[in-house]
Design a protein around this ligand. Structure first.
Ligand code: GLY
Length: 283
């Protein structure tokens, strides 16, 4: 499935669930001095989560152009070392502004992944924040994920709420515990499940993050409750494309291959016979 079809299926799925399709915002946030670049889909909705802006809808879905090359979410140091990081990417997301919360967010996620995209359930592993018994119970009892494949992740980054499963936009802003979905690319790829010593490998790839927005963090680090519990999700289009195109690296998806081949052709650095990429000169 091509990236364009993956994107369209995502947006249409959430539209069928009552979400308004909203355009990607500019990469440079319009009114947010705390970020240089938009780093996720929720940035254009920050003030809606905070309750200082209202929109004519309480459910939205986007495919947001994002950059992670600095600040709190910085992928730059990983580029070239993993199969899944690149600083510019598109983030597919669905958002609830005081409308649905954990239960519907998890059910929508599972329905889209397993029914619409047809991913085998036994290739999926999920994580929840250590203290989030509610999300754990929804995954186990309502979705039917075996409890061995629901992993609790606590504060593993040296401070309260500093965790892979507690998402914050930046040093300040809306935040909350999250639940992530990982796809297992298989034993031929090095890596281990989340929380294991080999978690940084490319075998188990995080494809979707469901954030249960509940707090606003201020400059002193104080957390105050948001006016309404909300949902912010983010799924990397390129990572999902790798899964659905049966390749193990984002750079092998059709989007990037087209660009890489065009660049190679223009610079004559590769042998493109048989549609394969073989570098012929060291430029
Ligand atoms: N805002 C959710 C994420 O970026 O993972």
């Amino acid at each position: 499935m091509k990236a364009a079809d993956i994107r369209e299926k995502f947006l249409k799925f959430f539209e069928s669930k009552g979400h308004t399709i909203v355009r990607s915002s500019s990469l440079v946030p319009g009114n947010d001095p705390t970020l240089l670049f938009v780093n996720s889909g929720m940035v254009q909705f920050k003030d809606v989560f905070l309750g200082t802006e209202s929109r004519p809808y309480s459910r939205a879905t986007t495919s947001q152009r994002s950059v992670r090359a600095g600040g709190k979410h910085n992928d730059l140091e990983n580029v070239g070392y993993t199969a899944r990081h690149h600083t510019f990417f598109e983030m597919l997301g669905n958002f609830s502004f005081g409308d649905y919360f954990k239960r519907d967010a998890i059910h929508y996620c599972w329905e889209l992944l397993t029914k619409v995209y047809g991913l085998p359930a036994d290739k999926l592993t999920v994580t929840v924040y250590q203290e989030d018994d509610e999300a754990f119970a929804i995954w186990e009892n309502e979705i039917g994920v075996p409890k061995e494949r629901i992993i609790r992740i606590g504060d593993n980054k040296g401070a309260r709420y500093a965790s892979d499963n507690f998402w914050t936009m930046g040093d300040t802003g809306p935040c909350g515990p999250c639940s992530e979905v990982f796809y297992d690319h298989g034993p031929e790829v090095w890596g281990g499940p989340p929380g294991s010593p080999e978690e940084d490998g490319d075998r188990f790839i995080e494809i979707w993050n469901l954030v249960f927005m509940q707090f606003n963090r201020d400059v002193q680090g104080n957390m105050t409750k948001l006016p309404k519990q909300s949902v912010d999700t983010g799924m990397g289009l390129e990572r999902l494309a790798a899964v659905l195109q049966h390749v193990h690296s984002n750079y092998e998806i059709e989007l990037f291959q087209t660009l890489i081949k065009a660049a190679a052709r223009e610079t004559a650095t590769a042998d493109l016979t048989n549609n394969s990429l073989k570098v012929i000169a060291d430029h």
